[in-house]
Write a protein that binds this ligand. Structure first.
Ligand SMILES: [Cu+2]
Length: 467
């Protein structure tokens, strides 16, 4: 608690600092300037210029919201508004978000910081902001109708509380949630520890992103907000592979990745080539004795998971959701199985009549990636992305952790594809392959073994049994 004398002391310090930076008191009484981001690229971490120092995070295909200091209070300005988000090159979605992007900017503060967030509503309907996972006064919790009146279009509300515990959090509306979260309104929040924390490791690379899902028909721009389970775009920070940036790290870096889930299903997030431990959730740091090694961790709906590992194996390591339909991009629903059907000639003709027509491949789904068929505007192939050895046949929730010895500290630009040392890549066998005859498959065999046809006797239940 500040005493009255402390307050005057602070005010005079602040006044001095302000005079130096020529910001008037009138300006500080007004709303903090609105900062907008239009690029969907991963922005460099925001190094704190004021307040307690910390090691900032990297928001995957996102950015961090700058703040201003006002008498020791960190002031942020979030603007809820319609945005156009490029989900991948060639595909844009009309979403709702904050400050020009969906998800909104990451908010980073330090444990003990007093935070004031101005929220301006430029949406066509009311909203609110819930600070998921925070300890705060009940009236700052952002639940429309329960803890506050909703923020009407054109209005600005102020939230103010102290960031009491360190960890990884999110923010999202608690007003017409079905619409507002299905259309991209969400953002990440990190509270860094004030001092060295016994359960919180210092890391070299610290990434954060949110899992989201949309239902956007090929050729359309707006998500269908009525969809409950049948989404067709599975994204990280509203980006789909190959639109998701790679996570570039230096060999032996200690890496933390913070993942929050605001979709309507769980996502088992999987890394190749390394093991990690879950070091924290939105409930706080996991005590060391309670951690165990994993290569996949399930991030359930409304949860945050912080995973950590030492990146000590060089290479391009796949990092993705393990639900195979979540590493694919938009496809029409109710697609018939076309395996075994040669449709190459028909597809072109059908496409002229029905622009949104897409077919499943005739051998499997892999030939979808090869783009034999013209696609409608504003969609990208279901499985795509080119690697150094060919098509990756992945979309959606997929990226690559690039571990390199040569990555300079502080310089984390994409190093390009991994150059494998000689003799360390799977290769084609050059010798003879025996051509032993195999049982030809036919309708009466299973697994190649002939099976006698079974005669099945059905005993009908009898009304006048012996019981
Ligand atoms: Cu998933």
């Amino acid at each position: 608690m500040s005493t009255r004398r402390d307050f005057f002391k602070l005010a005079s310090i602040a006044g001095g600092a302000l005079a130096a930076s020529s910001v008037s008191k009138v300006a500080l009484a007004a709303l903090p300037e609105t900062v907008t981001q239009t690029s969907p690229d991963t922005m460099p971490p925001l190094q704190p210029k004021t307040g307690r120092p910390y090691n900032p995070v990297v928001t995957l295909n996102g950015w961090t919201l700058p703040w201003r200091m006002n008498n020791g209070v960190k002031e942020f300005h979030l603007v809820a508004e319609p945005v156009v988000r490029e989900m991948a090159p060639g595909m844009k979605a009309h979403l709702w978000g904050y400050n020009g992007q969906s998800p909104g900017p990451t908010i980073e503060v330090v444990e003990g910081d007093r935070v004031r967030i101005f929220v301006t509503n430029r949406l066509p309907e009311h909203t609110s902001v819930h600070w998921h996972g925070q300890r705060l006064p009940n009236g700052m919790d952002g639940v429309s109708g329960l803890t506050q009146p909703s923020i009407q279009p054109g209005k600005t509300f102020v939230y103010e509380f102290m960031a009491r515990r360190p960890g990884t959090f999110m923010y999202h509306p608690h007003a017409d949630e079905m619409t507002q979260m299905a259309i991209g309104m969400m953002g990440s929040w990190i509270t860094h520890p004030k001092n060295k924390h016994p359960q919180i490791e210092e890391v070299d690379r610290d990434f954060i992103f949110l899992l989201n899902a949309y239902d956007i028909e090929p050729g359309a721009f707006k998500p269908n907000i009525m969809t409950m389970t049948d989404f067709n775009l599975w994204s990280w920070n509203s980006r789909i592979f190959p639109g998701i940036d790679t996570l570039n790290v230096r060999k032996n870096d200690r890496v933390r990745i913070r993942i929050g889930n605001l979709t309507m299903t769980n996502h088992p997030i999987h890394i190749h080539g390394h093991e990690f431990t879950v070091t924290g959730t939105d409930g706080g740091p996991v005590p060391r004795a309670a951690r165990w090694p994993e290569v996949t961790t399930d991030v359930a709906v409304g949860q945050m998971r912080q995973i950590e590992f030492v990146a000590d194996e060089e290479g391009d390591w796949a990092f993705h959701c393990h639900k195979s339909h979540h590493t694919m991009n938009a496809m029409g629903h109710n697609v018939p199985s076309m395996i075994g059907v040669d449709h190459k000639d028909v597809a072109d003709k059908i496409n002229k009549l029905i622009p949104s027509y897409m077919t499943m491949g005739d051998k499997g789904m892999a030939d979808m990636g090869a783009m034999e068929m013209p696609l409608p505007d504003n969609t990208i192939p279901m499985m795509t992305g080119e690697g150094p050895f060919g098509g990756l046949e992945m979309g959606g929730m997929f990226s690559v952790v690039k571990v390199r010895k040569g990555q300079k500290p502080g310089d984390y630009k994409d190093p390009g594809w991994y150059q494998h040392p000689k003799g360390t890549v799977a290769y084609e066998y050059g010798g003879p392959v025996s051509d032993a005859p195999r049982q030809p498959p036919d309708v009466h065999t299973r697994m190649g073994h002939a099976q006698p046809e079974l005669e099945v006797q059905v005993r009908k239940p009898q009304a006048h049994g012996s019981h």
